[in-house]
Ligand binder design. Sequence first.
Ligand SMILES: [Zn+2]
Length: 324
Amino acid sequence: MNRFDLRPDPSGGFDFLVDGRFLRELVFEGEDMQECEVSLLRRGLPSGVAREQIRRLKGELPGQFFPERVWLYFCEECYDEGCGGISARVQVGSERVVWSDFRHDSPSDTDDEAAHFDDEDAIPAVGTLVFDRVEYEAALDRVAEQLGRSFVAFWRSTDALNQATLGLERVVSRRQLRKRSPDPREGLQWTVNGRPLARLLSDAAGTLSRTGPGLQSDLRFSVVQECRDSSAEVGRNAIRLLLGEGTWEELPGRVPLLVGEGLDVACGSITAHVDRLDSIVVWSGFRVHGAGPEGDGHPYDRKLTFTFDRRQHDETLRRVVERI
Ligand SMILES: [Zn+2]
């Protein structure tokens, strides 16, 4: 039996989480994910589209072309089957739901499923998946409820499934208030929904392997600070990377976010993988790196991701970059 859940993915929709992994990553293994088809469980589509898709997945409506075959991933430009996508056989039993026979699909010109597919359409990397029906339906119902919420409730909610607000704020600790002049290194801190990122990461440190937890406790300073020395350039570079300008040569696709007291990335850092999409920016795959060239670093729980509204994310960063 496989575990079933749904989570927001870097495409901005909800993807199926199978045994803790995004199904989309399994189906499109090794491909450029930004080019790959996406699920219909998302905002911004005509009303009813996501709801109907959920009913198909529950077996309440027949599949798009063949009754037991439900399309899972669609063209991310137009969501039309005409552009091709991925379908699977979905069988809803009284206690189990079985997904099998994953294939690349296109609109059918025949009533005969066997005649419609070639062997090369098959996706052997994903075998047969068996889910508990209660767990499966509960996860789909949660997403239906999320997608059905009003726009205002959506923005006010701090639910982990929704988009977060990024801040880079001057946070002064009590210890600093007792000092005459605040330490410039502690001036700016990343915040997510108003909570310091350093604290969110330290709360999540329990999932780090081996030496990770010890390493991360020193890495609590934002790489972006207002001090006017050589470290200012490092901060500006991090902001450029977050804005999609250029690539970090050390770890392409990643951005250093938190560093140690010396504000030196080479002495250790916490990095995230940053995906910039049409309307959202996703920070995921957080890792702790020790000093020097340390390769992959220590990963946090992969469920630790933040999805920001792209405009809010970028405006926050541009405001700061003008100041430093
Ligand atoms: Zn299309």
